[in-house]
Design a protein around this ligand. Sequence first.
Ligand code: ZN
Length: 223
Amino acid sequence: MNVRTLMANAVFLVLPALLAACSDASRPPAVSFKIQNVPPVPRTMSQMSREVHISRDFMSPRSRARRASRSMHPRFITIHSTANPTGDAAAHARALKRGAMGSLNWHFTVDQYRAIQHIPLNETGRHADRGGPGDMYSIGIEMGEVRSHNPIVTWNRSAKLTAVLMKQYNIPLRNVVPHYYWTGKNCPAPLLTNGRPGHKWSWFVSRVDYYRRCLETRPAAAL
Ligand SMILES: [Zn+2]
Protein backbone atom coordinates (compact mmCIF):
# COMPACT_ATOMS: atom_id res chain seq x y z
CA MET A 1 0.00 0.00 0.00
CA ASN A 2 1.57 3.30 -1.00
CA VAL A 3 1.42 6.45 1.13
CA ARG A 4 -1.42 8.03 -0.85
CA THR A 5 -3.63 4.96 -0.47
CA LEU A 6 -2.77 4.79 3.20
CA MET A 7 -3.85 8.44 3.65
CA ALA A 8 -7.06 7.89 1.72
CA ASN A 9 -7.92 4.91 3.89
CA ALA A 10 -7.09 6.84 7.04
CA VAL A 11 -9.50 9.64 6.03
CA PHE A 12 -12.11 7.05 5.09
CA LEU A 13 -11.84 5.46 8.52
CA VAL A 14 -11.55 8.64 10.59
CA LEU A 15 -14.24 10.75 8.90
CA PRO A 16 -17.27 8.65 9.92
CA ALA A 17 -15.98 8.60 13.50
CA LEU A 18 -15.69 12.40 13.51
CA LEU A 19 -19.14 12.84 12.01
CA ALA A 20 -20.60 10.46 14.58
CA ALA A 21 -18.97 12.45 17.37
CA CYS A 22 -20.29 15.75 15.97
CA SER A 23 -23.82 14.49 15.58
CA ASP A 24 -24.06 13.33 19.19
CA ALA A 25 -25.51 16.56 20.58
CA SER A 26 -26.89 14.87 23.68
CA ARG A 27 -23.48 14.23 25.19
CA PRO A 28 -22.04 17.25 27.04
CA PRO A 29 -18.51 18.15 25.92
CA ALA A 30 -15.75 16.89 28.16
CA VAL A 31 -14.52 19.75 30.34
CA SER A 32 -10.99 19.78 31.62
CA PHE A 33 -10.17 22.42 34.22
CA LYS A 34 -6.48 21.56 34.07
CA ILE A 35 -4.41 24.75 33.99
CA GLN A 36 -2.17 24.72 30.91
CA ASN A 37 1.14 26.43 30.73
CA VAL A 38 1.41 27.31 27.04
CA PRO A 39 3.37 30.27 25.67
CA PRO A 40 1.23 33.32 24.85
CA VAL A 41 0.36 34.01 21.20
CA PRO A 42 0.81 37.78 20.74
CA ARG A 43 -2.33 39.67 19.74
CA THR A 44 -3.17 43.36 19.48
CA MET A 45 -6.25 44.77 21.24
CA SER A 46 -8.10 45.02 17.95
CA GLN A 47 -7.21 41.43 16.99
CA MET A 48 -8.48 40.09 20.30
CA SER A 49 -11.60 42.27 20.20
CA ARG A 50 -12.35 40.81 16.77
CA GLU A 51 -11.94 37.28 18.16
CA VAL A 52 -14.45 38.11 20.92
CA HIS A 53 -16.86 39.36 18.20
CA ILE A 54 -18.35 42.26 20.15
CA SER A 55 -21.46 44.05 19.00
CA ARG A 56 -23.46 46.82 20.65
CA ASP A 57 -27.19 46.67 21.17
CA PHE A 58 -27.82 49.32 23.82
CA MET A 59 -30.87 49.58 26.05
CA SER A 60 -32.72 52.86 25.69
CA PRO A 61 -31.27 55.64 27.90
CA ARG A 62 -34.87 56.21 29.02
CA SER A 63 -35.27 52.62 30.30
CA ARG A 64 -35.94 52.17 34.02
CA ALA A 65 -32.55 50.56 34.64
CA ARG A 66 -30.51 53.16 32.77
CA ARG A 67 -32.36 56.10 34.32
CA ALA A 68 -31.14 54.84 37.73
CA SER A 69 -27.51 54.52 36.60
CA ARG A 70 -24.54 56.67 37.67
CA SER A 71 -21.35 57.49 35.89
CA MET A 72 -18.57 54.96 36.51
CA HIS A 73 -14.86 54.48 36.11
CA PRO A 74 -14.55 50.66 36.17
CA ARG A 75 -12.16 49.23 38.76
CA PHE A 76 -13.45 45.62 38.84
CA ILE A 77 -14.89 43.09 36.41
CA THR A 78 -17.66 40.91 37.83
CA ILE A 79 -18.29 37.53 36.18
CA HIS A 80 -21.79 36.05 36.22
CA SER A 81 -23.51 33.11 34.53
CA THR A 82 -27.08 33.44 33.28
CA ALA A 83 -28.50 30.16 34.68
CA ASN A 84 -30.71 30.24 31.57
CA PRO A 85 -30.46 27.07 29.45
CA THR A 86 -32.34 28.54 26.48
CA GLY A 87 -31.47 32.25 26.14
CA ASP A 88 -28.43 33.25 24.06
CA ALA A 89 -26.77 36.69 24.07
CA ALA A 90 -29.28 38.11 21.58
CA ALA A 91 -32.22 36.86 23.68
CA HIS A 92 -30.77 38.62 26.75
CA ALA A 93 -30.29 41.82 24.72
CA ARG A 94 -33.95 41.69 23.67
CA ALA A 95 -35.11 40.98 27.24
CA LEU A 96 -33.14 43.94 28.60
CA LYS A 97 -34.41 46.25 25.85
CA ARG A 98 -38.06 45.39 26.41
CA GLY A 99 -37.70 45.91 30.17
CA ALA A 100 -38.21 42.26 31.09
CA MET A 101 -35.36 42.38 33.64
CA GLY A 102 -36.89 45.25 35.63
CA SER A 103 -34.25 47.32 37.38
CA LEU A 104 -31.46 44.84 36.55
CA ASN A 105 -28.89 45.40 33.85
CA TRP A 106 -25.27 44.61 33.06
CA HIS A 107 -22.68 45.47 30.44
CA PHE A 108 -22.15 42.32 28.33
CA THR A 109 -23.72 38.94 27.65
CA VAL A 110 -21.40 36.36 26.06
CA ASP A 111 -22.35 33.14 24.32
CA GLN A 112 -20.62 30.62 22.08
CA TYR A 113 -20.66 32.97 19.09
CA ARG A 114 -20.47 36.60 20.27
CA ALA A 115 -20.50 39.18 23.04
CA ILE A 116 -23.26 41.78 23.05
CA GLN A 117 -22.79 45.04 24.95
CA HIS A 118 -25.98 46.39 26.52
CA ILE A 119 -24.89 49.66 28.19
CA PRO A 120 -21.88 52.02 27.99
CA LEU A 121 -18.85 51.12 30.10
CA ASN A 122 -18.79 54.52 31.83
CA GLU A 123 -22.21 53.80 33.30
CA THR A 124 -23.10 51.62 36.31
CA GLY A 125 -25.23 48.52 35.89
CA ARG A 126 -27.27 46.69 38.50
CA HIS A 127 -26.13 43.09 38.57
CA ALA A 128 -24.01 42.44 41.67
CA ASP A 129 -25.12 43.85 45.01
CA ARG A 130 -28.18 46.13 44.80
CA GLY A 131 -26.32 49.36 44.19
CA GLY A 132 -23.32 48.45 46.41
CA PRO A 133 -19.65 48.67 45.40
CA GLY A 134 -20.01 45.72 43.02
CA ASP A 135 -22.48 47.71 40.95
CA MET A 136 -20.79 51.08 41.45
CA TYR A 137 -17.29 50.02 40.38
CA SER A 138 -17.54 46.93 38.17
CA ILE A 139 -18.26 45.95 34.61
CA GLY A 140 -20.79 43.08 34.67
CA ILE A 141 -20.29 40.17 32.26
CA GLU A 142 -22.99 37.48 32.02
CA MET A 143 -21.80 34.18 30.53
CA GLY A 144 -24.51 32.26 28.70
CA GLU A 145 -25.53 28.72 29.58
CA VAL A 146 -27.46 27.73 26.45
CA ARG A 147 -27.66 23.94 26.59
CA SER A 148 -26.64 23.41 22.95
CA HIS A 149 -23.61 25.74 23.21
CA ASN A 150 -20.13 24.57 24.17
CA PRO A 151 -19.43 26.09 27.61
CA ILE A 152 -15.65 26.05 27.06
CA VAL A 153 -16.02 28.28 24.00
CA THR A 154 -18.29 30.68 25.93
CA TRP A 155 -15.88 30.78 28.92
CA ASN A 156 -12.84 31.35 26.71
CA ARG A 157 -14.65 34.14 24.83
CA SER A 158 -15.57 35.68 28.19
CA ALA A 159 -11.94 35.39 29.36
CA LYS A 160 -10.75 37.16 26.19
CA LEU A 161 -13.31 39.94 26.69
CA THR A 162 -12.18 40.28 30.31
CA ALA A 163 -8.52 40.58 29.22
CA VAL A 164 -9.41 43.30 26.69
CA LEU A 165 -11.32 45.27 29.35
CA MET A 166 -8.50 44.82 31.90
CA LYS A 167 -6.05 46.38 29.48
CA GLN A 168 -8.48 49.13 28.42
CA TYR A 169 -9.13 50.23 32.03
CA ASN A 170 -5.88 49.11 33.66
CA ILE A 171 -7.74 46.66 35.93
CA PRO A 172 -5.50 44.15 37.78
CA LEU A 173 -6.20 40.40 37.70
CA ARG A 174 -7.08 40.37 41.43
CA ASN A 175 -10.03 42.67 40.59
CA VAL A 176 -11.56 40.10 38.22
CA VAL A 177 -14.09 38.56 40.61
CA PRO A 178 -17.04 36.17 40.61
CA HIS A 179 -20.42 37.58 41.60
CA TYR A 180 -19.88 35.45 44.73
CA TYR A 181 -17.20 37.94 45.84
CA TRP A 182 -19.79 40.68 46.47
CA THR A 183 -22.68 38.77 48.04
CA GLY A 184 -21.76 35.10 48.46
CA LYS A 185 -24.25 34.17 45.73
CA ASN A 186 -23.60 30.90 43.87
CA CYS A 187 -22.70 32.74 40.65
CA PRO A 188 -21.19 32.00 38.16
CA ALA A 189 -22.50 28.59 39.29
CA PRO A 190 -20.81 26.43 36.59
CA LEU A 191 -17.40 27.83 37.58
CA LEU A 192 -17.82 27.54 41.36
CA THR A 193 -17.23 24.42 43.43
CA ASN A 194 -19.90 23.71 46.05
CA GLY A 195 -20.95 27.34 45.65
CA ARG A 196 -17.48 28.76 46.26
CA PRO A 197 -14.46 29.64 44.12
CA GLY A 198 -12.31 26.51 43.70
CA HIS A 199 -10.38 24.78 40.95
CA LYS A 200 -12.85 25.73 38.19
CA TRP A 201 -12.69 29.43 39.09
CA SER A 202 -8.86 29.18 39.25
CA TRP A 203 -8.93 27.71 35.75
CA PHE A 204 -11.05 30.62 34.48
CA VAL A 205 -8.69 33.16 36.08
CA SER A 206 -5.76 31.34 34.44
CA ARG A 207 -7.50 31.75 31.05
CA VAL A 208 -7.98 35.48 31.68
CA ASP A 209 -4.32 35.76 32.67
CA TYR A 210 -3.26 33.83 29.57
CA TYR A 211 -5.14 36.21 27.24
CA ARG A 212 -3.83 39.20 29.22
CA ARG A 213 -0.30 37.94 28.60
CA CYS A 214 -1.13 37.51 24.89
CA LEU A 215 -1.95 41.24 24.82
CA GLU A 216 1.22 42.14 26.71
CA THR A 217 3.57 40.05 24.57
CA ARG A 218 5.19 41.71 21.60
CA PRO A 219 5.46 39.66 18.41
CA ALA A 220 9.00 38.49 17.70
CA ALA A 221 10.75 40.84 15.31
CA ALA A 222 11.03 39.50 11.77
CA LEU A 223 14.61 38.55 10.93
ZN1 ZN B 1 -24.51 36.78 39.10
